[in-house]
Design a protein around this ligand. Structure first.
Ligand code: C5P
Length: 236
């Protein structure tokens, strides 16, 4: 079986909740996303627990600070031997380059974590860009420019909507990763995401990885739902 490119968003409060959830997957090797709430609450011990179970981790902390601070923070995160970390592209090219330097300095076993950039948060729209941030270019051009900056800085990809994935791949090449949340199965009831895409559509739209939260975590049978998502996104 091909390595999983489905990042299950572990949006739980405690290490205990995570442990209970992961038990349901038996020997299946997963890719999981640990966000700010869980990391700030349970931190390094929990990351070590997940790694010890053999899963891969996308540590979603979205760093954004002066280059020197981001570099030293990334040096520390690389020591945790996580697989993907991220920054805000709006921190600029120097900051993103510093992130990569820090990861190189802290890497374990010869391989640094992949580093991707958040372009424009999906909670921002053209009105916020225009009237609060005084950015008057069209939003999709801002997303593309910031993705280009990320590539120029040596990053491995971006977090974006599946609907932006093809545009980014057309301009920046298929090797530049697109990691895309906002995924729902056609049968799902959970729907606070504004624009949603099924795993099969995300595959068609060239997403490199998909981030799936409640569709799997809130399912009555998370393993069966995960297998369905896997089949739709990665199956033949
Ligand atoms: O439960 P759901 O599938 O909506 O979870 C999606 C995950 O992806 C959550 O952890 C959410 O914070 C994250 N995310 C997102 N939209 C973005 C960026 C991140 O839904 N634009």
């Amino acid at each position: 079986m091909e390595e999983s490119r489905i990042c299950i968003a572990l949006d739980f409060k405690t290490k205990n909740d995570v442990e209970e959830f992961l038990k349901k997957f038996g020997d299946e090797k997963l890719y999981v996303k640990v966000g700010m709430e869980l990391f700030y609450g349970e931190g390094i011990e929990m990351v070590k627990m997940i790694k010890a179970m053999g899963h891969k981790i996308f540590l979603d902390l979205k760093l954004h600070d002066i280059p020197n601070t981001v570099k030293s923070a990334m040096r520390q995160l690389a020591k945790l031997d996580v697989d993907i970390v991220n920054v805000h592209a709006s921190g600029g090219i120097e900051m993103m380059k510093a992130a990569i330097q820090g990861l190189e300095e802290g890497k374990q076993g010869g391989k640094r974590p992949l580093c991707i950039a958040v372009t424009c948060l999906t909670s921002l729209d053209q009105d916020v860009l225009d009237n609060q941030l005084l950015i008057h270019e069209p939003l999709n051009e801002v997303v593309l420019k910031w993705a280009e900056n990320a590539k120029e800085a040596g990053l491995d990809g971006v977090v974006c909507s599946p609907l932006e994935s093809k545009l980014i791949h057309d301009h920046l090449g298929m090797d530049f990763l697109t990691v895309t949340p906002g995924i729902r199965l056609a049968t799902d009831s959970v729907n606070d995401q504004k624009r949603v895409t099924t795993p099969a559509m995300a595959k068609e739209l060239t997403s490199s990885y998909i981030v799936v939260g409640r569709t799997i975590t809130a399912s009555a049978d998370p393993l069966a739902t995960y297998k369905q998502v896997y089949q739709d996104f990665q199956g033949e």
